[in-house]
Design a binder for this molecule. Structure first.
Ligand SMILES: [Zn+2]
Ligand SMILES: [Zn+2]
Ligand SMILES: [Zn+2]
Length: 494
């Protein structure tokens, strides 16, 4: 296990072979463990670690950020986890950074042999994953690494962390770093995509209020004048003069140290006899309107729009957990797109346009030479979400069985294609109608059997149909394929 120490106390990358190289600030245990390590490297920054990572370094290293500086530590954690190559690497810190706690593997004041032990265990579980070779894009590779981080750390789920810097007031530290989202909080969009793909399941943990114009949470609530919207409103004491009926803010009655009615000029002496004080009211300093209840209005500090409270977007904040399907995606390192995609790869499937072109050729041949008979079989599959999410392993076994029985039933010369990822076409060359019926019925029975065997008969349904040619009513490939598509889609299959 190679030990990489990152500290602002080092000024350049250096191999540590002597105690004297170490700054005199703790790291007593490192001094003691120098002999046990083939390589202890000191780095001033993660960028230096990155440029020294080679094939030879392999996967047996750990990174220990040895710093008491909060900003430095935070920056280094971010760099390690957002760098694709090290996003799963064992990472330890000296200083606890609360918001990134789930993104590190431990907090240690000084180097401890426990760090090496933990790293060994982590590498063992990381090595169990298949190489990430199927991911088609960098975002997808990052998504797979995110799942793998949760799996290797034994984290069943990621909870939202309250963070005032975030757009929504919440963020997901591990997802934010590994998925490399721009702003804290924006990673929620990617988590939602993973939830749509059934990789993650979500559960409401909290709620947030967002600006309807820009989606930020930073808003202030203000009481304003209902007539003109001004914030210059004042809660004011009022006086009601009995004899003339005049009612106005108390300050209008004040004359030196007496109370005099500004309308009739009479002096007010006794409360309850000359005058009384009705309930307090608001006065708008801009438009002078008087009201008992001000309006409530919100001002967004991000986009500066203002709007009434009923326009606020109230959004649930979720925690996200891995589904059994998500775990399978993590271990295998790929997202299966559909049931038939798997078949396409394993069975050698012809592109649908090419297939359609070939069917046309076969129709032409059989029209000219009626003894050259052939049949086209269609099997339409539909799978419930539950099967994808909860029984991915059963679905996988079913697919293996399905591939087996298809291989048993077809010959080298038969041609297969997939239509819209759910309908499997098999062109049985040189096959008369009774032969076509035999293959169709046998496949149908065998599929029913393997569905029952894998306990998926309620989660996956299929319907099948076939046509044999030449047939005087059919002229083109389009016609015959369309007939089969329709028959298998609306369930009027044979
Ligand atoms: Zn006003
Ligand atoms: Zn008066
Ligand atoms: Zn806004």
């Amino acid at each position: 296990m190679r030990l990489f120490i990152i500290s602002e106390l080092f000024d350049k990358p250096e191999k540590i072979t002597k105690f004297s190289v170490l700054p005199d600030v703790g790291l007593e245990n490192i001094k003691r463990s120098i002999d046990k390590y083939s390589l202890i490297m000191a780095f001033p920054d993660f960028d230096a670690v990155k440029s020294s990572l080679t094939e030879e370094t392999g996967k047996a290293f750990l990174i220990y950020i040895y710093s008491a500086d909060e900003r430095f530590t935070q920056m280094q954690i971010k760099k390690v986890r957002t760098t694709f190559e090290t996003s799963l690497s064992p990472l330890f810190v000296r200083l606890e950074i609360q918001k990134f706690l789930p993104a590190v593997d431990g907090v240690y004041k000084d180097y401890s042999p426990e760090i090496a032990e933990k790293s060994k265990t982590l590498w063992e579980s990381i090595r169990r994953f298949s190489p990430n070779q199927y991911a088609v894009s960098m975002p997808e590779s990052r998504q797979i690494n995110y799942i793998r981080y949760l799996l290797s750390r034994g984290m069943e789920k990621e909870d939202p962390f309250i963070e005032k810097q975030s757009k929504t007031g919440f963020f997901y530290p591990v997802a934010h770093l590994i998925l490399n989202s721009n702003l804290e909080g924006e990673e929620a969009e990617q988590l939602e995509v993973l939830a749509t793909r059934k990789v993650l399941a979500k559960e409401v943990q909290n709620k947030t209020s967002l600006c309807p114009h820009c989606g930020y949470y930073n808003m202030v609530i203000r009481e304003v004048c209902p007539s003109c919207g001004s914030v210059r409103i004042k809660l004011t004491e009022f006086i009601h003069h009995y004899s003339c009926g005049y009612t106005a803010p108390a300050e209008e009655f004040v004359l030196d140290d007496r109370l005099v009615c500004p309308k009739c000029g009479e002096e007010l002496k006794h409360i309850g006899v000359d005058y009384d004080k009705p309930a307090e009211n608001y006065v708008c300093e801009d438009c002078r309107s008087v009201f008992s209840e001000p309006d409530v209005n919100l001002l967004c500090l991000n986009c500066r729009e203002n709007f009434p409270p009923e326009d606020i977007l109230s959004e649930p904040v979720y925690s996200y957990s891995l589904t059994p399907f998500g775990k399978m995606v993590g271990y295998e390192g790929k997202f299966p797109i559909s049931l038939l995609e798997e078949l396409s790869v394993k069975l050698g499937i012809t592109d649908y346009n090419v297939f359609s072109f070939l069917v046309d050729k076969f129709i032409k041949i059989s029209t000219r030479y009626p003894e050259r008979k052939f049949c086209i079989l269609g099997i339409h599959f539909s799978m419930s979400d539950k099967a994808v999410i909860e029984f991915p392993v059963r679905v996988r076994t079913f697919l293996k069985d399905l591939i087996e029985i298809i291989k048993e039933n077809i010959r080298e010369s038969d041609i297969m294609s997939v239509y819209e990822e759910k309908l499997l076409f098999i062109l049985l060359t040189e096959t008369p109608p009774d032969g076509g019926k035999t293959v169709h019925d046998r496949l149908k029975n065998q599929i029913e059997t393997i569905l029952k065997k894998n306990n998926l008969d309620r989660e996956i349904s299929f319907s099948s149909s076939y046509r044999c040619l030449p047939d005087s009513t059919v002229k083109t490939a389009r016609e015959v394929l369309q007939t089969i598509i329709e028959e298998t889609e609306d369930g009027t299959a044979v």
